[in-house]
Design a protein. Structure first.
Length: 202
């Protein structure tokens, strides 16, 4: 992690300050799950919504290295914190930075916000996030493994949407905890239902 700062929020999603990314993710006696901060998760589907893009996180990640997860996960910058339109711009930026694919911001559709906590096994790092979930659809051939950011991504693969659920439930330790929680709660299956206004604790 670098000296990038993340937006701290309260449980009503009000911004209460900014903190260095590494500090926000560090588990301490006073803050066993670090500090609650805003994040976002991007799900990318094929145009027929029958397949979903998975990313294997880089081995260099402080939290959940090598875990399989949704297409992209990150944190909004200072100019990306205002509503869903800000999250869409953050998603556009980060999808390009990690996958090398330029998707216009307006193509990212809002789904839900949820709060989760998780500790990374064998590590002093953890997650406590107000996670905004957005999704979009693209042709599978738009994603080229040669364009991946190796500092962030170890591998990608397209799988059937139902297979993603089956794999994560069969071996949850191999997947990021936020995707497992979305699948276990049933929200992943409802991802095309539209925005859920309330904040959900999972």
């Amino acid at each position: 992690m670098s000296d990038i700062k993340v937006p701290l929020v309260d449980e009503d999603d009000k911004i209460v300050g900014w903190m260095e990314k590494e500090t926000a993710h560090r588990s301490t006696a006073d803050h066993p799950f670090g500090h609650l901060h805003r994040a976002f998760s991007v799900f990318i589907f094929s145009p027929d919504r029958q397949r979903v893009l998975l990313q294997q996180r880089s081995m260099s990640k402080k939290t959940f290295p090598s875990a399989w997860t949704n297409a992209v996960c990150s944190h909004p910058a200072e100019n990306e914190i205002y509503g869903w339109s800000g999250i869409a711009r953050a998603a556009q930026r980060r999808v390009y930075e990690e996958l090398g694919v330029d998707i216009p911001a307006h193509q990212f559709q809002p789904f839900m916000r949820f709060i989760y906590q998780a500790k990374s096994d064998g590590s002093k790092y953890c997650e406590w996030e107000m996670d905004y979930v957005v999704w979009t659809c693209i042709n599978e051939d738009k994603v080229d493994e040669k364009q991946l950011n190796a500092h962030e991504v170890s591998a990608i693969k397209w799988v059937k949407t139902t297979e993603f659920s089956q794999l994560a439930l069969a071996d949850p330790k191999a997947f990021s905890p936020w995707t497992v929680k979305l699948i276990q709660s049933g929200f992943y299956e409802r991802i095309c239902d539209g925005l859920i206004e309330e904040i959900v604790n999972l």
